[in-house]
Design a protein around this ligand. Structure first.
Ligand code: XMP
Length: 512
């Protein structure tokens, strides 16, 4: 396996992901507990991550000196390269010129790390993000790549199998980066590449058993992929020590609540508490039209209701959550400065504190597509694991303005038709998320010989890899025409349909 020593980079998990994609197991440990953990870990190679600190100055993060004496290959990335250089007797400086974003490197010599990736004389694009850079390399190293901002963009000591790169091979903006990391784990570290999601599943199950012992776990189900996979995984690990709680907010899509309940109770045999709290939610939302007030209201009631139901289980110590890696990074500010809240996505962020329970978060290191793979590995139906994401506040944020039962019913019908047509056209899995929005605007139309004065329905469909950026989906006009006709003919209350062609940014995926 590979040990990744984390110096706090935003993209450390991407290193782990690339290593997983190469079929190799890795573990990430923070630099300050690395020394302890090395004792019970016997890695075939070590990767030192990037990080925000500077090696210049005292008391900055360092790799345990022991790692350089273990006789295993080491790859230092960005800060990882700098600390390796500094710890092995080279020198790092802070130049006037910093390098951020796309850059070109010149490969100036061959080395085992670049074998099959780049040859001497090649120029290629990489992603840089650094202030400091290496100015003198330790004995035994040679320069293998340079860039305008980093004279030592790549350094190699083939004999010891120590390598350092100033750029980030783990991000997609370094097109050959995945190949470089794969080369490191396979060719340099000699690992086979036979690790799979099935192995992840077994490890996750072991880890859950170790963490929970014979304690009880509560898991909130939302009907979405993440919480469903968590529930099935934990149930496989600890059986009926798990109880799921499904809170029906009255803001779900047509038939969704019934599906969740029958699937988990009847198919998976997982103990499930189903609480219909729709009157409570819809009552409190009456007259509320501000998007953030809607979110806060829903989040607050959800926590109350969930707490009440969970406490009925009695003696549960653990709360399971389907937190994914993008949720973990999204909650950290990127710039280091104060970041602006566009939307308070994590509506139930206060849940763990309120419940005073220990968290079980087995998906914390995974990305969405990996969670889907894990779901398949657990034997879950494609229909469930390939589901589009659905926001916690549900249809409440798909009706700009105030929410009424009548508006919810109209929206449910339109949404069902839209998704039905998308499925029939075989487009569901090409799209990240698709949904209807009911606008609180009435327009004039004519149906038969009569005047109509009804709501507008907006259709939204986007492609994305993580929900952070998105593009609208280019449906054919024929498809859009078909959906419009069906919605207007079949849904009383809507007499006009429009298609949203905004990308994110500058738009967001949801309308509120
Ligand atoms: P936006 O609209 O910010 O959405 O581009 C990005 C992704 O997040 C979902 N979303 C939410 N999920 N609570 C959630 O659990 C929320 O308040 C919320 N708002 C947006 C959205 O559906 C998309 O997948």
């Amino acid at each position: 396996s590979i040990l990744i020593i984390d110096f706090g980079s935003q993209v450390t998990q991407l290193i782990a992901r690339r290593v997983r994609e190469a079929g190799v197991y890795s573990e990430i440990i923070p630099f300050n507990s690395a020394a302890d953990r090395l004792k019970d870990f016997d890695p075939a190679g070590i990767i030192l991550s990037g990080g925000p600190a500077s090696v210049i100055g005292d008391a900055t993060p360092r790799a345990p000196d022991a790692v350089f004496k273990m006789g295993v290959p080491i790859l230092g990335i960005c800060y990882g390269q700098q600390t390796m250089v500094d710890q092995l007797g080279g020198k790092v400086e802070a130049p006037d010129h910093r390098e951020f974003g796309r850059a070109d490197i010149d490969v100036v010599a061959d080395c085992d790390l670049f074998n099959g990736v780049w040859e001497a004389g090649t120029k290629d694009q990489v992603w840089m993000s650094h202030g400091d850079h290496v100015v003198a390399i330790p004995d035994g190293f040679s320069v293998v790549a340079t860039s305008s901002g980093a004279p030592f963009a790549g350094i190699a000591n083939d004999q010891k199998k120590f390598y350092g790169v100033q750029f980030h091979p783990e991000v997609v903006h370094t097109p050959r980066g995945a190949a470089l990391l794969s080369n490191f784990v396979h060719r340099i570290c000699g690992l086979a590449g036979d690790w799979t999601m099935a192995a992840f599943k077994d490890q996750a199950i072991d880890a859950i058993r170790r963490q929970v012992g014979d304690g009880k776990v509560i898991c909130g189900l939302s009907g979405g992929v993440d919480s469903s996979v968590v529930a099935v995984l934990i149930h496989e690990a600890i059986g009926d020590q798990l109880t799921c709680v499904y809170v029906d907010t009255g803001l779900m899509r047509a038939g969704e609540s019934e599906q969740v309940v029958s699937l988990f109770r009847d198919k998976y045999n997982i103990p499930l508490i189903h609480r219909d709290a729709s009157d409570l939610f819809l009552g409190e939302l009456e007259g509320v039209d501000d998007p953030e007030v809607k979110r806060k209201t829903i989040g607050r009631i959800f926590i109350d209701v969930f707490d009440e139901e969970a406490s009925k289980v009695g003696g549960a110590e653990f709360l399971a959550q389907g937190t994914l890696y993008p949720d973990v990074i999204e909650s950290v500010s990127f710039s280091g400065g104060p970041s602006v809240t566009i939307k308070s996505h994590h509506n139930v962020g206060g849940l763990p504190e309120r419940m005073n329970m220990k968290l079980v978060e087995p998906l914390r290191e995974l990305f969405k597509d990996e969670v889907r793979d894990l779901g398949r590995e657990l034997g879950m139906a494609a229909e469930l694991v390939d589901r589009h994401p659905f926001p916690g506040p549900g249809l409440a944020i798909r009706i700009p303005g105030t929410i009424t039962r009548e508006r919810l019913e109209i929206l449910r019908k339109a949404d069902t038709i839209y998704l039905d047509e998308i499925r029939k056209a075989g487009l569901y899995n090409e799209i990240w998320q698709a949904f209807a929005v009911l606008l609180p605007v009435r327009t004039v139309g004519v149906m038969g010989d009569n005047r109509t004065y009804d709501y507008v329905c907006a259709l939204r469909a986007v492609t994305s890899t993580d929900g952070m950026t998105a593009d609208y989906y280019p449906f054919s006009h024929d498809f859009l025409g078909r959906v419009s006709t069906r919605i207007i003919n079949e849904v009383k209350g809507i007499n006009r349909v429009v298609y949203d062609t905004t990308s994110k940014p500058p738009g967001t995926i949801e309308w509120e």
